[in-house]
Ligand binder design. Sequence first.
Ligand SMILES: Cc1ncc(COP(=O)(O)O)c(C=O)c1O
Length: 400
Amino acid sequence: MTAVTYLDHAATTPVDPQVVAVLGAVLTEGLGNPSASHPAGRRAAVLIDQARSQVAALVGADPAQLVFTSGATEANNLAILGHAAGLTGAQRRGAQVLGLVTDHKAVLSPLRRLAEAGFALTLLQPDAHGLLSPQVLAAALGEGAQLVSLVHVNSETGVMQDLPALSAVCRERGVALHIDAAQSAGKLPLSVDGIDYLSFTGHKLGGPQGIGVLYVAPQRRVALQAQILGGGQQRGLRSGTLPTHQIVAFGLACQLAAERQAELAARLTALRQRLWQGLADLPGVLHNGHPQHCVPGAARAVAHADPLEAATPAASNRTTHRCRQSANAGGRKATVFQSRSSPAPRIRTPGSNRQSSCSKQSRHSRRSGIPSNLTAQSASAAANATAPATFWVPARRPSS
Ligand SMILES: Cc1ncc(COP(=O)(O)O)c(C=O)c1O
């Protein structure tokens, strides 16, 4: 059998052996329903409380402010749709919600659902590195702004947004901030300070799939509307029997991630450096991302079939950054704000049959299922792009 080296920890991480052991132990112990008052149920509830503290400690939260979910996707839906549903009639009139055009579908899709329900959706444009500037955010916040929902670390480039700066803008304007930390929790130091809602998930940090969490700041708790109704578990915010084994495993994974984080970050940063040094000698390889604001375990490169074409920054944009933008920019009633370094985007209206060659090729577009008639860039706009590449390794002629 061929040995496989699995490197895609942005998609999911292997479950830590200690976590596997605890999963098995809890499952075989024969615990009761944690809502039940008999001893087997109470024992499960005690274990869940311990795990709740471990998860909360990872992000400096009060354990009482956590709502367990099936993962980051559900946590995002609860934050975005639940926040919107909790707005008063007056807040709802002319309400604006904001996101970043390059972010994960687990954030963009619930935002789009709000646009369909009549909210004004503003999709912001990152700079050439993939970073959202606080100035761009501040300029886009309208009178009716109610929620900004952003991914902390991009799952494809590893680019990390400046949370303190973006949070300061939201605080100043009194707008709620939701952060999807699926790619950063356990990998970077993280705190809920200045954040209203924070989502993360077990399977990106050595825990099992199918368990995640939403932190809800105390001032948001009252208005937040549950999206899953039933037996009223978790103070009515997310009904359903709590999966004791999953939660206990998630708790341990969070604790282990916190203990190992600094050492792991140093090791991965050094490994990535070695990788880039090796890639720099290859013709036509472009580095896509940010040289500093990047999670340690991520590296993204694009190899051009024609290394000479890769020598131009515009070419790099055309095939990487631009494709991502067009793939992610769909959405009715969406406005795209952008930094000055990017050319003007064009929002297509639903019903148009034209499709950019860039979006046709985009892997993300195919995966995300965003209709091609809702792209933000036309092929010609992409081809004329003048913004610099994110940062790039100059191509060398292959030696013959
Ligand atoms: C940024 C981001 N958000 C959300 C998700 C979805 O998380 P989950 O699989 O826990 O629902 C992922 C991973 O796929 C992700 O990378």
